[in-house]
Ligand binder design. Structure first.
Ligand code: SF4
Length: 424
């Protein structure tokens, strides 16, 4: 979809596709959310398939006290909704009577619970009344119908927004679950700039009392938080639009937008960011040398595609041929789109067969895709990178910039070795 009079992807036409999709469901988000929220329990109301998905996504982790589980809907539940509610109440009672460490309980909807129209918001209300004030019960959906796996986090955070305390204080809220070490780095950069009233949603513990109101400014660290963005606007908060904090340039642009909103003096901004910026630049140039002039094709999967395409094209010298993403939340990703030179096809949604045809025709040096497509594409001789790995790896902010860049040359090197071996 090349057009010579368009400067960037920000105003490029979008190829919208509504066909068969190849993605994981939102239950997957529970894997990183439960690590972040240390007093929360995620109770999936679903089938044995959902339980199995969670188990395999969690890998071999074995917890003495697991913080997620599945309340299995049996076939008989399909017949009697009243019974399903009673059974859920019993299950929750059993769980909470054993586990005083649980302060937040999330009832997570699934395809089966949605098919039988089990109203989990009613259940959450009923159970909140019963267990308040020691436990707050909130519901959200992780269902796989027409969703992708990062939407689970968006649904979870959006469900928490109406429960937040009202406040008129001027403060910064950062939305998006980050590994603790990365969150600490971010807090230290912000406090270095004199911004101290900072809350992160999701908080590690329920007593990290987050509030929201008309003087709350918020910034997102993940591009898939469209519902949370809307829920915060409804509470009167204001969004600070910025490119996402990937790489040296992305991190600087993200911090700069916040610094502007909080009137941080230019010199102070420079003093805080100059050294980590230089470190990040150096780390990227070392890690990304093998990416220069290579082409990249994104299948829609994690919703990180647009900011990653911005990082790879602007900071690593790559050329994007297609940037496919499940949904384009313009208020969140427009600043990144505006930084990607025009040329690649920007596609939203998926018609997997058509997109596979395009990928095979383009034969990019690197194809970023979901797990389900990686093997068939590798069999076609294409080099692939699993998008899901990017959600499980610390990749945000300056200190991780080199690691982020380093994730992409690995499959290219592996392919080169394979090709060499085949030639010998
Ligand atoms: S929520 Fe739906 S897509 Fe996800 S594991 Fe359960 S049945 Fe499968």
């Amino acid at each position: 979809m090349h057009s010579s009079n368009l400067q960037t992807c920000g105003s490029a036409p979008v190829l919208k596709e509504r066909g068969q999709r190849e993605v994981f469901c939102g239950l997957t988000s529970i894997i990183w959310l439960h690590r972040k929220m240390q007093d929360a329990f995620f109770l999936v109301v679903g089938s044995r398939t959902c339980a199995h998905l969670l188990q395999s996504a969690a890998g071999v982790m074995i917890f003495a006290e697991p913080r997620f589980g599945t309340a299995i809907l049996e076939e008989t539940d399909l017949a009697g909704l009243a019974d399903a509610h009673q059974e859920l109440d019993r299950e929750v009672e059993r769980l909470l009577s054993r586990r005083s460490d649980i302060k937040r309980l999330f009832l997570v909807g699934s395809c089966p619970s949605e098919v039988i129209k089990l109203d989990l918001s009613k259940a959450a209300e009923r159970l909140t009344k019963k267990f308040a004030p020691s436990v707050r019960v909130v519901n959200f959906t992780g269902s796989g119908i027409e969703t992708t796996f990062t939407q689970g986090e968006d649904e979870c955070l959006a469900a928490m927004v109406p429960t937040l305390r009202e406040s008129s204080e001027r403060q910064l809220m950062v939305i998006g679950a980050l590994p603790d070490v990365v969150e600490e780095q971010m807090r230290s950069l912000l406090s270095g700039m004199g911004i101290s009233n900072v809350f992160v949603l999701p908080a590690a513990r329920h007593e990290d009392d987050i509030s929201v109101g008309p003087n709350t400014l918020f910034a997102a660290t993940q591009p898939f938080l469209g519902e949370t963005h809307s829920a915060l606007l409804r509470r009167g908060a204001h969004h600070i639009a910025a490119p996402f904090p990937f790489g040296a340039e992305g991190t600087t642009a993200w911090l700069k937008a916040i610094a502007g909103a909080f009137q941080v003096p230019e010199q102070l901004f420079e003093d805080v960011t100059a050294a980590p910026y230089a470190r990040a630049k150096k780390a990227i140039s070392q890690a990304a040398a093998a990416l220069e002039d290579k082409s990249v094709f994104f299948f829609p999967d994690s919703q990180l595609e647009i900011p990653l395409a911005r990082f790879l094209t602007q900071e690593c010298g790559m050329k994007a041929v297609e940037i496919g993403t499940p949904f384009i939340h313009r208020p969140l990703v427009q600043p990144d789109l505006d930084l990607i030179p025009a040329g690649p096809t920007v596609s939203e949604g998926q018609d997997v067969d058509l997109q596979l045809d395009r990928a095979k025709e383009q034969r990019a040096d690197l194809t970023v895709c979901g797990l389900g497509l990686a093997n068939p594409l590798e069999a076609e001789g294409l080099t692939t990178k699993w998008a899901i790995e990017l959600v499980f790896t610390p990749v945000h902010f300056y200190e991780q910039a080199g690691d982020l860049a380093g994730l992409f040359p690995r499959p290219i090197r592996r392919r080169m070795i394979l090709n060499q071996e085949a030639a010998e």
